[in-house]
Design a protein around this ligand. Sequence first.
Ligand code: FAD
Ligand code: FES
Length: 266
Amino acid sequence: MVQEKVRVLWNKKVSSSCYKIGLGCGSKYLISEPGQFIMLRLPDQPVPFLRRPFSIHRLIKKNDRLKGIELLYKIVGAGTEKLSGYKVGDYADIVGPLGTGFSVSDSCRNVFIVGGGIGIAPLLFLALTLDEKGVDLSGSTLFLGGKTGDDILCKNDFAGLKLRVQIITDDGSSGEKGLVTDLLERGIKEKKPDIICACGPFAMLESVARIAAMYSVPCQISIETIMACGIGACLGCAVEKKNGSEKYLHACMDGPVFDANMLKIS
Ligand SMILES: Cc1cc2nc3c(=O)[nH]c(=O)nc-3n(C[C@H](O)[C@H](O)[C@H](O)COP(=O)(O)OP(=O)(O)OC[C@H]3O[C@@H](n4cnc5c(N)ncnc54)[C@H](O)[C@@H]3O)c2cc1C
Ligand code: FES
């Protein structure tokens, strides 16, 4: 984990409220895992006071050398609003890589990746990492869901990978009409996957965890909690554990990616 001031390489709008920002950070990030995150603060900006957590969306590489990381973010409040105004050459202050990411065995052949809205952010990094490790993704599926077509992000970024992409929206404005968990359950009934990896709104994750348990499929979920420090110091990110002597886990250190069975959510 390092703290550094990093240069903004780009900051471009990708939907009505989402942006992709490239940050020129050091080589420490070469060892980061999909699902890990950074805590970001905008220097010289009084608001927000606390750092904000963002998943690593992608490593930026040129000729196998790390040039930086890319984040995918949605404007929801003061911090992300300010971030969207950042220009190439501005500086951000980041700490990372942090947390525990996804752990998918190289032997998996049928991975179900489930993303809801901005929850797709760490999942591109996951798919790219599996591909880079030589995992054959031709038997795997990405289930992409959102409220409307505007929430369906990054589908073209998966185009170079072999996995099947299925899209669904609440209002049917992109792909099928319905919930991403409808697609997931249908997919499981057709062919049970080796593992499910999911990130999205809490209600979606609860449902994914319930379905995974019902069909006995291993499942890892990346959860969002409010995080003040990101490094285990404030204990503000506690999540309730299902079993065991300790009652709580901490999303910033033990997660944000958890085995769905470990948490009291399903
Ligand atoms: C591990 C982790 C990874 C994340 N990765 C991403 C990412 O890749 N892309 C992205 O767009 N967002 C991500 N988030 C959420 C992101 O951190 C928040 O959207 C951001 O902190 C909001 O800051 P703000 O100052 O704009 O909003 P604020 O003004 O702080 O809050 C605006 C609204 O958003 C809610 N909010 C703030 N933080 C969170 C949060 N962590 N979870 C849920 N609701 C929150 C507040 O309750 C409030 O209602 C991640 C969160 C976590 C914990
Ligand atoms: S965010 Fe402070 S302990 Fe997890």
